[in-house]
Write a protein that binds this ligand. Structure first.
Ligand code: SF4
Length: 446
């Protein structure tokens, strides 16, 4: 059966979102066209994530819904769950046509061809020599371009599946990354987001250049307004990198730096390989070097063995370090990881209660930090229509905070405009365009 249309559903992090762009590009290259909904597509891709929540349950229930559609599509399961579960996913439903892990993302065309020839394909594992063909990526945003710089991870945190599902850490060559960034900038992209599970562990396989060198070189590419990078690991955040952040206005004043727990006992059990004091000291140095840096972090609540005292250590750290945004999740065991086998699992009820207390605290801090911006002018890169009101734009400030403002008719997507903030919420800001601003770090508009 020749497949003509596709629909992609993506869960999880930026890496997965970017993988969906790679998948979409290959499907388009094979002549498939996007369908408006899963029920109208010949092929539905489930690009799965197994880092958070209950991935298998979610996928099984989604497969169940899709196979009951009047015209059931072929289902392609991709992402981390595909790598973890492999061929067993074919047994879940006759509709599952292929299973394709993140390490085989370049083989979507092969998988589709197999299905069209009446076969079912399982493509998992990792090829050391797989090439990163960025020319086929279908990018959804015209202003922002995601660029992978490091694949996989070597850290083996005891709760995490990434080293097993995405393989060992492997950096792309700096020349290759810069070629991709230049081609995006030449096509009008204003903001680059460098991606890696431990992006700042980057080491160029050809020259040995580190992440600070790469970041500096990317920020030199003409036409860019901003360069962001995600996710950093505290262990690889060195003074050289801080120096690049401090000296280069193109590099975003936003940093996502997961700390996961404020308790040394839990950090050790997580195999994070830093202590609470080391993390606090790092943030101190960072804020001295870049005073206007806006920080976000990840926290796991209810890791096995977490006592009330351990949790209070996390709360105290949050109170002390004042992150602008906190991505907090209740621990849930991932098959095959050491933490899944720990005997002292925390009850759902206790985790729920702790998470609730944590969000009360972090929402209050986010609101306080956002209120500090009321009355000031922010350089906003316009991303598109506001989700709440099509008469408003939505964009992001240099520190990645979401800003909404009424359209004036004189700006469009991709512009950087000055917006004076008039109202703050815990998760976004509201303002008005203000062209009277004389000194604003509006960059890249020359
Ligand atoms: S650093 Fe730890 S949490 Fe992050 S991807 Fe690697 S193993 Fe997972």
């Amino acid at each position: 059966m020749r497949m003509r249309s596709y629909f992609i559903e993506t869960w999880g992090c930026q890496m997965n979102q970017h993988d969906s762009e790679l998948i979409e590009g290959q499907l388009r290259e094979r002549g498939l066209r996007p369908a408006g909904a899963a029920g109208e597509a010949d092929l539905v891709i489930l690009n799965t994530c197994s880092v958070r929540e209950r991935p298998m349950q979610k996928i099984v229930s989604r497969i169940g819904v899709l196979e009951k559609l009047t015209r059931p599509p072929v289902i392609g399961v991709c992402g981390c769950v595909a790598q973890q579960e492999g061929a067993s996913l074919l047994g879940r439903s006759k509709s599952v046509g292929f299973v394709l892990g993140p390490g085989q993302i370049g083989l979507v065309g092969e998988a589709v061809r197999a299905v069209e020839q009446g076969e079912r394909a399982v493509l998992t594992g990792f090829n050391a020599d797989s090439e990163h063909n960025f020319s086929t990526i279908f990018r959804k945003s015209s202003t922002r371009g995601m660029v992978t710089v490091v694949e996989g991870c070597n850290e083996f945190c005891t709760f995490c599946v990434v080293p097993y599902t995405r393989g060992r850490e492997s950096s792309r060559s700096m020349t290759d990354v810069l070629t991709e960034v230049r081609s995006l900038a030449a096509g009008g992209v204003k903001e680059i987001e460098l991606l890696g599970q431990t992006v700042n562990a980057y080491v160029c396989p050809d020259s040995g250049a580190d992440f600070a060198t790469l970041l500096d070189a990317v920020a030199e590419v003409p036409g860019l307004c901003r360069v962001r990078y995600i996710t950093s690991h505290p262990r690889y955040f060195n003074d050289r990198l801080m120096g690049v952040l401090a000296s280069n206005p193109i590099v975003s004043r936003y940093l996502h730096l997961p700390f996961q727990s404020g308790s040394d006992t839990i950090l050790e059990r997580m195999h994070r390989r830093y202590t609470r004091d080391e993390f606090v000291e790092l943030i101190g140095r960072l804020r001295t070097a870049v005073p206007d840096i806006h920080l976000s972090t990840d926290v796991i609540v209810g890791f096995p063995g977490e006592t009330e005292e351990d949790f209070l250590q996390t709360m105290k750290l949050l109170e002390r370090l004042r992150f602008g945004h906190v991505f907090a999740f209740a621990f849930s065991p991932r098959p095959g990881t050491p933490a899944a086998k720990y005997g002292d699992q925390v009850s759902e009820e206790v985790m729920k209660g702790r998470l609730h207390r944590l969000f009360e605290l972090t929402d209050r801090i986010s609101l306080e930090l956002n209120k500090e911006l009321v009355g000031s002018a922010v350089a906003v890169l316009v991303d598109g229509d506001s989700r709440r009101d099509p008469n408003d734009w939505q964009g992001r400030g240099e520190d990645n905070r979401v800003v909404n403002f009424p359209k004036t008719g004189h700006e469009t997507i991709g512009d950087v405009v000055a917006v004076r903030i008039r109202r703050a919420g815990a998760h976004s800001l509201v303002g008005d365009r203000d062209d009277g601003v004389s000194r604003l770090p509006v960059i890249g508009q020359a």
